[in-house]
Design a protein around this ligand. Sequence first.
Ligand code: FUB
Ligand code: ZN
Length: 671
Amino acid sequence: MNIKPLDVKKVSVTDEFWSRKRELVRTEVIPYQWEILNDRIPEAQASYCMHNFKAAAALNKRKKKQGSKFKEPKFTYRGFAVFPDKREDAKDDEFYGFVFQDSDFYKWIEAVAYSLAGHPDPDLEETADRAIDIVADAQLENGYLDTYYIINGTDKVFTDLRDHHELYCLGHLVEAAVAYERATHKDKLLIVARNYADYVYSVFGEGEGKINGYPGHEIAEMALFKLYDRTGTKRYLELAEYFINERGKEPNYFESEHPDMKGKPDYYHQAHKPVREQDEAVGHAVRAVYLYSGMADMALHTGDEALKQACEKLWDSIVNTKLYITGGIGATHLGEAFSLPYDLPNDTAYSETCAAIGLVFFARRMLQLDPQSKYADIMELALYNTVLAGMALDGKSFFYVNPLEVIPENCHKDERKTHVKPVRQKWFGCACCPPNIARLISSLDQYIYTEDDTTLYVHLYAGSETQKTVNGKKIKISMTSGFPNNGKISIKVKGATATDFTLALRMPGWAEGYFKIQGYERLKTEFKNGYFYCSCFNDDTIVIDLEFDMTPKLIVADEKVAEDAGKVAVVRGPIVYCAEEADNGKALREIHIKTPADLTEEITGEFGYDVVKISADACRIKSEGAEISSTSLYKTYTGRTIEDMKVKLIPYYLWANRGEGEMSVYLGIKD
Ligand code: FUB
Ligand code: ZN
């Protein structure tokens, strides 16, 4: 029996915390990003995304570029964007930006779709429809759609699968199209997506004249499973399976495109070995988790046990050796990639927002394969911490990189840290993260619950209402939640009498058995894999109250994480905390939490709504030394001065909302 996410329109999110974020996306982020995609925010980095679609549509109309000879554009060098100095210098018929610039629009319109599903808005829908017209006009007659090649010359299409993202853009187009059709019942974008997918299906595969390659940047895999689910058309399933099965096979396809890579295992693109043999998360982190999500989708669709086992090993590799305490992944900026096990630097961390988003995708699919609370714990961790940190409180600036320790001067001056920004940015030349956050937050509905025929799984405690039909009876489920400020949850189930309905409630790992459940006494219950299964609803209305202990805790990393040796972090429920200069002054490295820390909670309104701040007993420790005549840099150690203080901590996702300053998740410890 397949476990699936709930349809977008089936859940209504009423949660105080998440509704605020979702409203922000609807009222601020979506309109702001539309202005950005159209280059109407002069102080932000230019996008040229809609410019490219318009240029491609105009060229396409004149049939000028079909079959045309490829000419490397002046402003893009081997996939890297080199933007014109001034926007006025941009020419109407040139391509600008990264080779995957189209995907920014696709992510944006996917966010629009989810937003419209919960909140109809005729003006926004009109804007979206007109934008879809432009995209449709940009599509070639044969279905091909990637503005980079349509504008620069189509004789080179699919000649650089490794680097040129045409299949990545297909993936985002498909995801957007499925969402838009579901939300609006308009199928123009879906037809565009199907045309492109059909074209890809016709040119990829085994046999004479076919391309037997696969995406250099994964996502088409999971998108094609969605397209198959939506349309029932078998070839999309076959194409997704083909891409997954081909990856990493010998002879390596990417080597045929890039002979200079012969004999060098391609970890970066997860093409170093066939996917079923992969057991360590490696390479570009976003690519990796998008692939693993696709693999999990395939295991779900086909029951392929080897693939499921590979997903489990890859999951374990991430969460046991390569995961930041904040739910971030991809520790190194070199290739935006996973580093070695336990190499989790705090100040040079990459931890791309998109990678945390991809981890959420992977976790949800693992929950479908095998409902174990350990997957939901990580999904929740990534969501409440790194994903949310990616966006400012006003929805108008974003983090791409999510460090766990920042000294702003160092980020400004040290070339090894140029990727680390101490404040969120209005936009990026490579703008993958901001619209990805928008589409995830506006589709939160798909992560709160999953279901099979009779069971509703509650993975995230986010206030919401939904319905489920079991044995022909409509059952109403309403949940209220105090998360993340308090652990009080109330779930009302109405109309489940004499049905096979089961409610599976996740017991978060962080609550470690410290929870109360009331109201289930007249039900049959079973505890399995971190879920409390409740069935045999004999009353028309049952209210189950849960309370999870959110007492703040000190957490230490595995001793193999050298960066965190001798340090602690403070965690409360799903929320990871950090110290900021705004509360504690500079030189956070001197601050040590004293144990027992007397972690005290206090509600603050300084971020515009009620947030739990924590204060802890701490001290500033400075080493003292006797001067060595030859240098002032080193001293002979004579002892330390210890000055008691209270350190104040805020949720990590809120850092850098009060200007530029130092920040640290980990602090020293003084027993
Ligand atoms: O390559 C497309 C996107 O740009 C990736 O997912 C991000 O990591 C960034 O490199
Ligand atoms: Zn990104």
